[in-house]
Design a protein around this ligand. Structure first.
Ligand SMILES: C[C@@H]1O[C@H](OP(=O)(O)OP(=O)(O)OC[C@H]2O[C@@H](n3cnc4c(=O)[nH]c(N)nc43)[C@H](O)[C@@H]2O)[C@@H](O)[C@H](O)[C@@H]1O
Length: 407
C-alpha cells in the first residue's frame, strides 16, 4: 500500500530532477459537522493537494472518522475509524495521493505533527469579500493545550500519544488553493495539520475538478455489495437491468438518461434533529407518504425504499400510510453494524436510494445532496433526481438546485 501512496512522490522526484522528500498534509473539520459535509471538505482539500503536487510531492493524510454527533448507536466504539471502512482507497488515490493516519504514524515512527495552523474567520466577520490570511491570536477556545516541554496536545482523533510541535491560529478568508504559497514557503515541517478545514472554500464549485474529486470518492466495495444484495433480494433491482454498472471512475462517463434505475422510488426522509434545524421545510410523516403515493402512481411503481434516520416507531407509522405499496428500509444485522458502524449503514442507505428509478430527498440535506451526485455519476435523468419532499402547507414548493455533472 505504501508504494501506491508514494507513486506520485516518485514521479515528482523525476520531474524535479532532484529528490524532494514527501510532505504530509493532515486536516480536520469542526466537530459539529456531519458526515456528508465532511465529504465536501475532503473534496476541497484534495484539490489543494493536487495543486501542491504541481510544485513538490505532498501526500494527504486522511483524518480518522469518529465522535460524530449523529453516530450514537449505543454499544459501538466509533472512533479511529479508517477511511477504508467507508471508501475505496485505490479510487481516492487515482485523484490524489492519500494515506490513512495510522499509516502516517507508522511511516513517521514517532507520533508527531510538526506544525498546526488552526483556521478561523477574521474577528468581527467581514463586509467585503477578499482573499486574505494572517497569523493572529485565537478567536475562541481551540482545544489545543501546551505542556511544560512546549508540545501541543489536542483530541487528535483519539490518539492520545500524538502531539504537535508548533501551533498557531490562522485567520483565513479564501479558496482552498489560496493557502498553497503559505504551505510551500512559510512552513517547513514534514507534516502540517489544518484543523477547521471547512474554512477553506471550494476553488470552483461544480466544475470538472470538483467532479473529479467527487467521482474519486467511490464507496468501499463491501458496502456497495451489501446494498446491491438488498436491491436484488427486495427491490428487483440489478445493475444490468437498471443500466447502472460501475466502471473505474477515471473512465466512466455517462449521459443523462443512460441509467434507468430499479423499479422503486427512493426517498431520503431526514428526521430527528433536522425537524428542528429545518422547521417549516419538512413534511409530516403523513404528508410525506401522500407525496410519495403520487409519485408511485405517476411512474407506475409499486415499491418504496426509505433511507432514514427515523426511529422505528416513526418508520412504522410512515409505512402504515401505504395500503397498496410495499415500503422497505435497510435494517443491518448485528455483524454489519459492528463492522461498518453507523457511517457504513448510512452509506448503504445512500447507495440503495441512489439506484432508484426516481429519487426524492429532504430539503437542503447534505445526505440528500450526496445521493443526487451519485445519481449524476450513474447517469440518471436530472428530473428523476433533483426532487425534494415539500412541507404539508406548500405542496408546490421550490425544487432543489440542479448541479449537473461536468467532465
Ligand atoms: C441539522 C444539520 O443537519 C446536517 O445533516 P444532513 O445535511 O442531513 O446530513 P449529514 O451531515 O450526513 O448528517 C446526518 C447524519 O444522520 C444520519 N442519517 C441521516 N439520514 C440518514 C439515513 O437516511 N439513513 C441513515 N442510516 N442515517 C442517516 C447519518 O449518520 C448522517 O451522517 C448536519 O450535517 C449538520 O451537522 C446539522 O446537524
Amino acid at each position: 500500500e505504501d508504494d501506491i501512496a508514494f507513486s506520485a512522490g516518485e514521479s515528482d522526484t523525476t520531474k524535479f530532477g532532484q529528490a524532494k522528500s514527501v510532505r504530509y498534509l493532515l486536516y480536520d473539520v469542526n466537530p459539529g459537522e456531519g458526515f456528508n459535509l465532511r465529504r465536501d471538505v475532503y473534496m476541497r482539500v484534495t484539490n489543494l493537494v493536487k495543486e501542491l503536487n504541481k510544485e513538490e510531492p505532498w501526500v494527504l493524510v486522511l483524518p480518522p472518522w469518529g465522535r460524530l454527533y449523529h453516530w450514537k448507536s449505543p454499544d459501538l466504539e466509533q472512533i479511529k475509524i479508517p477511511w477504508s471502512t467507508f471508501f475505496d482507497l485505490p479510487s481516492l488515490r487515482e485523484h490524489v495521493p492519500v494515506i490513512e493516519f495510522e499509516e502516517y504514524l507508522k511511516l513517521r515512527g514517532e507520533p508527531v505533527i510538526d506544525e498546526v495552523y488552526y483556521l478561523q474567520g477574521f474577528k468581527g466577520g467581514w463586509t467585503k469579500w477578499e482573499e486574505k490570511m494572517n497569523i493572529t491570536e485565537c478567536n475562541e477556545g481551540t482545544g489545543f493545550v501546551q505542556d511544560e516541554e512546549g508540545n501541543w496536545y489536542s483530541w487528535f482523533f483519539g490518539y492520545e500519544e500524538v502531539y504537535a510541535k508548533k501551533f498557531a491560529c490562522l485567520s483565513y478568508m479564501g479558496h482552498a488553493t489560496f493557502i498553497k504559497p503559505f504551505l510551500l514557503k512559510n512552513t517547513i515541517g514534514r507534516c502540517v495539520m489544518l484543523p477547521r478545514a471547512e474554512v477553506l472554500l471550494h476553488d470552483h464549485f461544480g466544475n470538472s475538478e470538483y467532479w473529479k474529486a467527487r467521482r474519486s470518492m467511490v464507496f468501499a466495495k463491501h458496502l456497495r455489495d451489501i446494498g446491491d444484495e438488498f436491491r436484488r433480494e427486495n427491490l428487483d433491482s440489478t445493475d444490468p437491468e437498471d443500466k447502472t454498472e460501475l466502471e473505474d471512475w477515471t473512465k466512466m462517463k455517462r449521459n443523462h438518461g443512460d441509467a434507468l434505475g430499479g423499479p422503486y422510488v427512493g426517498v431520503h426522509l431526514r428526521r430527528r434533529d433536522y425537524l428542528y434545524a429545518r422547521e417549516g421545510n419538512l413534511p409530516s410523516l403523513k404528508g410525506a407518504a401522500k407525496q410519495i403515493k403520487k409519485i408511485l402512481k405517476k411512474y407506475n411503481l409499486q415499491k418504496v425504499f426509505v433511507a432514514t434516520d427515523a426511529p422505528s416507531e416513526e418508520f412504522e407509522e410512515f409505512k402504515n400510510y401505504f395500503k397498496k405499496s410495499k415500503v422497505y428500509r435497510f435494517v443491518p444485522s448485528k455483524e454489519i453494524k459492528e463492522k461498518y458502524k453507523d457511517g457504513g449503514v448510512a452509506i448503504i442507505d445512500q447507495w440503495i436510494a441512489a439506484h432508484a428509478r426516481y429519487f426524492v430527498g429532504s430539503y437542503e440535506s447534505t445526505f440528500s445532496f450526496r445521493i443526487q451526485e451519485e445519481r449524476e455519476i450513474l447517469g440518471f435523468d436530472p428530473d428523476m433526481t433533483f426532487n425534494r419532499l415539500c412541507p404539508d402547507n406548500d405542496s408546490d414548493c421550490e425544487k432543489p438546485s440542479i448541479w449537473k455533472i461536468v467532465y
